[in-house]
Write a protein that binds this ligand. Structure first.
Ligand SMILES: [Zn+2]
Length: 96
């Protein structure tokens, strides 16, 4: 097992913890750590686990609204209203 795989596991764990905790500050901290780790080890986090603008973890129905547009699925952040578009036919995004 190399460092990258260990880092990926840790990123997954951090994102899971961020979704479980009730403390919003702690949750954002976990996301910050996961992003830093992912950047250092060049890991893709898929873009659907948290908001890239404010760092809020995305939990469907709680901190995330999912809308179907004509050409894209829209992921709307519940905290800052940032809209992330995922084209319906196009590159597949990996969900972590
Ligand atoms: Zn946001």
């Amino acid at each position: 097992m190399d460092a990258r795989e260990i880092a990926k596991e840790r990123c997954e764990k951090l994102i899971r913890l961020a979704g479980e905790t009730k403390d919003a500050r702690l949750s954002k901290r976990y996301i910050t750590l996961a992003r830093k780790l992912a950047m250092r080890h060049r890991i893709s986090l898929g873009g659907k686990a948290f908001c890239r603008r404010c760092g809020t973890v995305w939990v469907a129905g709680r901190t995330l609204k999912v809308r179907r547009g004509k050409k894209a699925t829209l992921y709307i952040c519940g905290a800052c209203n940032y809209v992330r578009r995922f084209p319906i036919s196009g590159k597949k995004f990996e969900v972590i």
